[in-house]
Design a protein around this ligand. Structure first.
Ligand code: NAD
Length: 345
């Protein structure tokens, strides 16, 4: 790697792109060289704030610049594959927003292309970098909760209806990536009920039920129609239970020393359950911004040549799950297997 700072380009400066741009501008090491967007008014905003950044409506201009080492893709989902592929073919490392692609075959193609060219491919599963999510991972790994029985999670609010994708593709990537990170396995089957309440052909509420090879079951509720914003997850383990509420300002994670113990009956007439309601503890959690940690991780992954935590493979597992979830919804809730069945994270 050359001694000069890494050159970065952002493709897509709509709603989410500016958040990526701000975080990369705040990092000391890389230099943002280009921002590309089809809409001149979006480019004008960049020009006014950061006059040193080159602006274009044509990403091929960006990919032809040898000063660009890595590309951030924050365009609509349907465009991720074509833009990421062109960037990899031009020899650039790629960070692509969630969900990685709209089709598992396209995701696999990007993984293979990055591997063939020894380039870093990372997916924007931002919550994997969120300190409360990291804390829960630590607790699960340390066995503090015991064996995980089940997880329920709600991600609902009066959200922006997307024109081109269902609420499943818009919101569920967050929960799927969190669950797969926590459990170190991905779901093997999914069953979904939902409907398009406002625009019939675009589902805006879904109840996604997942089965994992270990026996864990999970339910993800996603909706753009809710009077209140809920970002709440409950993890129930054999030793303890936990609530992760991302809308809380301080105590985002609470661990409940609650549980029910089943005592083996000494004879058939005896059936004993003992209920435990002990302390509730809220661990101290860093206030670091997930997007900043995500940006640093991308930079380190490029520098070390290590596979990122939110790798293309993790992106593919999420995309495969989303595809199976949509198929189940269309089939009236029928259980669908999730490919690839033997993948590990
Ligand atoms: N990680 C997160 O928490 C998070 C949050 C929100 C959105 N996202 C993701 O970010 C991506 C973008 O979402 P958004 O809400 O910002 O969408 P958006 O529609 O607001 O912005 C997308 C921008 O991309 C531009 N664009 C489209 N095609 C282009 C092309 N060929 N070349 C250059 N520019 C092009 C559009 O003009 C637009 O300005 C999506 O994948 C979304 O899922 C991630």
């Amino acid at each position: 790697m050359s001694a000069r700072p890494l050159g970065i380009a952002l493709i897509g400066h709509g709603y989410w792109g500016p958040n990526l741009l701000r975080n990369y501008m705040e990092l000391s090491e890389p230099e943002v060289k280009w921002v590309c967007d089809l809409r001149p008014e979006q480019l004008a905003k960049v020009g006014a704030r950061f006059p040193g950044i080159q602006l274009t409506e044509d990403y091929s201009e960006v990919f032809a610049d040898p000063a660009v080492d890595a590309v951030l893709v924050a365009t609509p989902i349907s465009t991720h594959h074509a833009i990421a592929k062109a960037a990899l073919e031009a020899g650039k490392h790629v960070f692509v927003e969630k969900p990685m692609t709209s089709d598992p075959g396209d995701a696999r193609e990007l993984i293979d292309l990055a591997a063939a060219k020894s380039l870093t491919l990372m997916v924007g599963h931002t919550f994997v970098f969120s300190p409360p999510v990291r804390k829960v991972k630590e607790l699960i790994e340390a066995g503090a909760l015991g064996d995980i029985y089940f997880i329920t999670t709600q991600r609902v609010n009066l959200g922006l209806h997307q024109k081109d994708v269902s609420v499943i593709w818009d919101l569920a990537p967050h929960d799927l990536s969190i669950l797969y990170y926590w459990l170190d396995e991905h779901a093997c089957a999914v069953s979904v009920y939902g409907r398009g309440c406002i625009v019939p052909e675009i589902p805006d509420v879904a109840f996604i039920n997942l089965k994992f090879p270990s026996g864990v079951v999970a339910e993800i509720q996603v909706s753009w129609l809710s009077p209140v914003k809920l970002r709440r997850t409950i993890v129930v383990g054999s030793k303890k239970m936990l609530v992760y509420d991302d809308t809380e300002n301080v105590e985002k994670v609470k661990i409940f020393d609650h549980g029910v113990d089943f005592k083996d009956p000494s004879d058939y007439s005896e059936f004993q359950l003992s209920y435990r309601t002990g302390d509730i503890v809220a661990p101290k959690i860093s206030g670091a911004e997930p997007l900043c940690l995500e940006a640093q991780h991308f930079m380190h992954s490029i520098a070390d040549g290590q596979r990122p935590i939110t790798s293309g493979e993790q992106g593919l597992q999420v995309v495969s799950s989303l595809e199976a979830a949509e198929a189940s919804l269309r089939a009236g809730g029928a259980e669908m297997p999730i490919d690839p069945p033997s993948c590990t994270i």
